[in-house]
Design a protein around this ligand. Structure first.
Ligand code: ZN
Length: 132
């Protein structure tokens, strides 16, 4: 079984990210695949690379830690921080670890995003004012 992606291969599928994890920390694909699949599950929502805005950032890495625990135990018995796996995934996809703010700056604001509605009817405000 091949343990590393072929030279020049674009690492994009969770399986290939897991192979890369095996090369870094040992163990086997099954030790890591669920974490890498979790990062890329947002492809269910948007099939192109913009899906990465949901979890491929610093907060997403901490979310993975909350989801999978602070550490994972490999099949070899070695214990590694879950964040290492998340950082590896995001760096392999993007070349660095952005903040969510970096993604937000790339979103073009639309009117519907800032639309506000009244949460308290005017009549309720009048009653509250008269009771004061
Ligand atoms: Zn990814």
């Amino acid at each position: 079984m091949r343990k590393t992606p072929p030279k020049g291969f674009s690492v994009a599928h969770p399986y290939h990210h897991a192979l890369s994890s095996v090369r870094k920390w040992g163990g086997q694909v099954d030790d890591y695949i669920r974490i890498h699949e979790w990062f890329d599950e947002s492809k269910k929502i948007t099939a192109d690379f913009r899906h990465r805005a949901l979890r491929h950032h610093a907060e997403g890495i901490f979310m993975a830690q909350a989801f999978f625990g602070s550490t994972i135990v490999l099949s070899t018995g070695r214990i590694i921080p879950t964040r290492w796996v998340g950082e590896q995934h995001v760096r392999e996809d993007l070349g660095f670890i952005p903040s969510f703010g970096d993604w937000a700056k790339a979103i073009r604001p639309k009117r519907w995003m800032g639309r506000a509605t009244k949460l308290i009817p005017d009549e309720a405000l009048v009653v509250r004012d008269s009771q004061a």
